[in-house]
Design a protein around this ligand. Structure first.
Ligand code: BMA
Length: 373
């Protein structure tokens, strides 16, 4: 029997790991393991750009105030997951596409890590074949061209991936640890609004592009503190979800993005569809032994007073998602979380008190990076 155990532990690395990067740092391995189980206790609440800016009660904007976030103003603690975007890093700009300076993003990521929170990074890069074109302004066949003959992928590595790698490497905490990041590139690819969208490359091309990106960042640039999240937009079936899936070796977290539009007419339909999709990623997550999450959602201007308890909680129920994230509080006509005085404030507090959704304190207690025990 003893020999069996010894053999098991020797062989474990060959079939026991489901994580993309076998050289992932201790903190990243710990985060990955915790994200697999946390959903059974509660789902972490996420908010894009949460501590970078938000709205005052008179709907004017506040930008870059130390320690502030609209979530904290309402419930006294930050979101457990904070999202940032690196779009325009590839242009060597000082600030991202939503005017948040990259130095500020780094500072806020360090603070979030120190609080025990999780950081997820999306990327809305301009079109690499013509950087004057935005992430939405398609140049057809971008991915096929980059993957084609010639030195296009090499150029892409230099113009984009090297800059990402440099930024990731700069995320170092005071105790010298590289800060684990859930990296969610080339998202909503089942839609066709970004240059990597479904109409502009074949499933095989998308997969190859993703795989090459992952390999380059981990193997060549030695970025060993990333968890790679795959997130489609709305999908119709498990087959549709997996159509462009780059493979278990290249994906850590299974996610999808879905926004609530046309409320209240669509309320029931939205809950039903989101539950179906969350159920699919849950099933796949259990089969593949990977965490699953609702990577982006929201109702613009949260026009439903009880959106949090009437829509969000029923979607999350029994689905054990590791986290769900709402989009940014960018403008008075474009925000997804309440700010003080916003009419869903009370309901948000009720969701927070339900014990089913976790914020900063519960994330810290969960000790996601295994650094307090
Ligand atoms: C979109 C909007 C845009 C923003 C982009 C990237 O959903 O919020 O205003 O530039 O995301 O963050």
């Amino acid at each position: 029997m003893r020999n069996f155990y010894i053999l098991f532990f020797i062989l474990m690395p060959f079939f026991g790991y489901t994580q993309v990067d076998p050289k992932a740092t201790e903190e990243t391995v710990s985060l990955y393991a915790q994200l697999k189980t946390i959903g059974a206790k509660g789902t972490l609440f996420g908010h894009q750009d949460s501590p970078a800016y938000g709205l005052n009660s008179d709907q004017t904007r506040w930008i870059g105030e130390n320690g502030r976030s609209d979530i904290k103003s309402i419930i006294g603690e930050h979101a457990a997951v904070i999202g940032f975007d690196l779009g325009h890093l590839e242009l060597d700009k000082e600030a991202n596409l939503d005017d948040v300076p990259f130095d500020k993003i780094r500072e806020l990521i360090l603070e979030n890590y120190a609080r025990g929170g999780v950081t997820t990074i999306s990327w809305h890069p301009n079109n690499p074949l013509d950087y004057t074109k935005t992430t939405w302004d398609k140049v057809e066949n971008t991915i096929p061209v980059i993957l084609g003959k010639g030195k296009e992928f090499r150029k892409y590595r230099k113009s984009s991936l090297d800059k990402l790698a440099r930024f990731f490497h700069s995320l170092e905490s005071e105790d010298g640890a590289k800060i684990p990041i859930i990296f969610r590139p080339y998202h909503e690819h089942t839609g066709s609004w970004f240059w990597w969208g479904a109409d502009y490359c074949s499933p095989q091309e998308y997969q190859e592009f993703w795989q090459k990106t992952v390999k380059y960042l981990t193997k060549k640039k030695k970025v060993h503190h990333l968890l790679f999240a795959y997130s489609t937009d709305n999908f119709g079936s498990e087959e549709h979800y997996l159509e462009r899936y780059p493979g278990d070796k290249y994906v850590d977290i299974l996610g999808f993005d879905s926004y609530h539009r046309n409320a209240p007419a669509s309320n029931e339909q939205f809950v039903k569809n989101a539950r179906r999709m969350l159920g699919t990623v849950r099933k796949l997550g259990l089969e593949k032994d990977k965490p699953w999450a609702f990577t982006e959602t929201g109702l613009e201007r949260v026009t439903e007073n009880n959106w949090w308890t009437n829509i969000v909680l029923p979607i999350l129920e029994d689905n054990q998602a590791a986290y769900f994230m709402v989009w940014r509080n960018g403008r008075p006509d474009h925000y997804y979380a309440p700010y003080p005085g916003q009419h869903s404030e009370q309901d948000f507090k009720e969701m927070a008190a339900s014990g089913k959704v976790f914020f900063e304190k519960q994330a810290r207690e969960a000790d996601l990076y295994n650094k307090y025990k």
